[in-house]
Ligand binder design. Sequence first.
Ligand SMILES: Cc1cc2nc3c(=O)[nH]c(=O)nc-3n(C[C@H](O)[C@H](O)[C@H](O)COP(=O)(O)OP(=O)(O)OC[C@H]3O[C@@H](n4cnc5c(N)ncnc54)[C@H](O)[C@@H]3O)c2cc1C
Length: 248
Amino acid sequence: MPYSEQIVQSVRPWSDKTFSFTLSRPRDFSFENGEFVTIGLKREGKLLARAYSIVSTTDRDHLEFLSIHVPDGPLTSQLVHIRPGDSVWVNSKATGSLTLNHVLPGRTLYMLATGTGLAPFLSLIRDPELYARYENVVLVHSVRTVAELAYRTEIEAIDNAQLRYVPTVTREPFPTPERGGDLFRSGVLSQRLGLPAPDPAHDRVMICGNPAMTRELTHHLKETGWTPTGHRGIGNFTTEVAFVVHHE
Ligand SMILES: Cc1cc2nc3c(=O)[nH]c(=O)nc-3n(C[C@H](O)[C@H](O)[C@H](O)COP(=O)(O)OP(=O)(O)OC[C@H]3O[C@@H](n4cnc5c(N)ncnc54)[C@H](O)[C@@H]3O)c2cc1C
């Protein structure tokens, strides 16, 4: 039985569209910071499960997740109602392409996230190994509304001079209104941070965004001399879509 029953420990709403929750951690559950696992709810004996990036780090005894609420989404229309003590089913195997072993070490690591695509990076930025591998870590989180800047206070409180956090909000007044992908592509991001222009010889990129953003940036990087991690080996950038669009 690959799924085990776990108990909701806490729930934290961020906005009407996003919330976080923690679960007990399955016994013997191992994963790498940055990976995702399939979790779900059982209704009338049937399991409905979806992929979720793990927000918490490998050294914790609980699992934390950041979730979207899709009003007519089969899973999240129900998941949004979970309360402490409820059951959530967790697969025994985690996987993913956003671990530290999916990009070469280097000078600056750019982590570009939209929406709930922030989740894997929340795990990675708490890993001391990250700061041993890169001189600078730039985390860009792009969302539509300020309320969707989940974990903003926690990220700003991380006391590590190597980490630069750049929140951007595209549909409400905010000091940084641009999309993160555009900031990176134009070179404005590195300029504003006083860093050298991104260079595939020295810098690395991790992307976890909506499918359009991930596609656009992948195209841009390939066109400008960057190599994706894949079956040919570890490159200087790696991507994971934050969700898949299901067409009716
Ligand atoms: C590798 C991977 C990792 C993922 N990690 C997370 C995560 O950490 N947190 C999370 O909330 N979701 C994550 N997802 C998406 C998740 O698997 C589900 O799609 C989501 O929970 C919605 O489930 P649903 O059954 O309610 O709706 P679904 O039928 O799965 O989706 C309905 C529609 O909602 C939209 N949608 C789905 N998920 C999102 C999202 N996260 N943000 C914006 N729009 C979305 C899409 O347009 C989709 O067509 C991940 C997906 C993949 C492939």
